[in-house]
Design a protein around this ligand. Structure first.
Ligand code: SF4
Length: 364
């Protein structure tokens, strides 16, 4: 375990004033109205928004093109509850795991995953998760609260800075695959995605952002209605009802039939190819009969399948599939003309599985 760098605590000055509204929760019109009510020019609002969402400012002191009295005015009225980097672990394979401390002292996780010329940020959308998938360390951590759009955004800014610092390259991709079910925090996640992709934000291409869901059918449809053109990954893990009920409890309220029609609906609205994620668990879902069920399920839309090597979350009952089983599984799917990739587990020597770092911190 290696600590790579510390972040300057001074830039988080003002976080302690939690009773003040978090300025990033406000609508642009509210900030404009605030300035007008104080006799300030309307364009101050655009300047502030640019600092917050394009430059990633985490204190009003950084907003140097605002006159000092305006910065003081903001400081008195608002706060910026930025997520703050605290724990860093670096794996032998280059994966870096970050603990982000929130203003109310909760810890969430982000991971920087370098791969060749690419670097992917894996970020969290909730502190903990209420869904309790049995193979997932976040489920053990329990659910605390939804992250704000600002806290989701902060993780990307920080991991991008880390990528530039370590690799001299910005992030190539962002995946919402860390702690939490993003579609249970729909509004804040969509607001964060807007700020990440907009020209008035970080300007990241939506095609470089992937939202991973365990399958909240209504919200997948809503993404279709809202024409959210990012990549959608569905964490399927099995296409067998009984097996899915056993490992993904939300399958009982969002059964495979409703998930299937929601995914089809999203595809029809956005024409975005779906990714199905499938963690291969030894002697549970890695047989050829499982591959047959998966192939039949995936036919509903143009898709690709990511077979994921399991990274054990602790004392759970699952083990990772053998290389031989993984290859047989892949070959069967390919024989059905499906596009299949095997994703090796990253950061196995650190707490890189979702929720492990936060769990350890909680236990301490
Ligand atoms: S796998 Fe995802 S949805 Fe399931 S408990 Fe973990 S974080 Fe929540």
């Amino acid at each position: 375990m290696q600590k790579v760098f510390e972040i300057n605590p001074l830039i988080f000055a003002g976080m302690e004033q939690k009773e003040k509204p978090e300025i990033r929760d406000l609508k642009p019109g509210d900030i404009q109205a605030f300035f007008q009510s104080r006799g300030e020019k309307k364009y101050r609002s655009d300047q502030v928004l640019e600092w917050l969402w394009k430059k990633g400012a985490v204190s009003f002191g950084e907003m140097t093109n605002l006159p000092l009295p305006v910065r003081e005015l903001l400081q008195q009225a608002f706060t910026i509850n930025a997520a703050r980097m605290e724990i860093t672990q670096t794996s032998r394979d280059g994966t870096v795991k970050i603990g982000f401390r929130l203003a109310d002292n909760l810890l969430v996780e982000g991971v920087l995953i370098p791969s060749g010329s690419r670097a992917t940020a894996c970020i969290s959308s909730q502190a903990g998760c209420p869904l309790g998938c049995v193979f997932c360390a976040t489920g053990i951590y329990g659910y605390r609260r939804n992250l704000t759009a600002g806290e989701i955004f902060d993780q990307v800014v920080a991991l991008n800075e880390l990528s530039v610092l370590q690799r001299k390259k910005p992030l190539s991709n962002v995946v919402l695959m860390g702690m939490g079910e993003p579609l249970l925090n729909y509004e804040n996640v969509m607001q964060a995605i807007y700020r990440l992709t907009s020209e008035t934000g970080l300007g990241i291409s939506p095609h470089r952002i992937t939202l991973s869901t365990v399958g909240i059918s209504d919200r997948i449809k809503q993404m279709g209605d809202d024409r959210v053109k990012i990549n959608l990954a569905v964490s399927l893990h099995t296409a067998n009802k009984l097996k899915r009920d056993a490992i993904v409890p939300v399958n009982k309220s969002n059964p495979l039939s409703s998930l299937s029609s929601a995914v089809k609906y999203f595809y029809d609205k956005t024409k975005t190819r779906i990714t199905f994620e499938y963690i291969l668990l030894k002697d549970f879902n890695d047989g050829i009969s499982d591959a047959k069920e998966l192939a039949a399920f995936c036919r509903i839309v143009p898709c690709k399948i990511n077979l994921i090597e399991y990274n054990p979350a602790g004392k759970d009952r699952f083990r990772k599939s053998s290389a031989e089983s993984m290859n047989h599984f892949k070959e069967f799917l390919e024989s059905k003309n499906l596009i299949v990739n095997i994703r090796k587990s990253r950061g196995a020597d650190i707490d890189a599985a979702c929720g492990q770092l936060a769990n350890k911190s909680k236990n301490r």
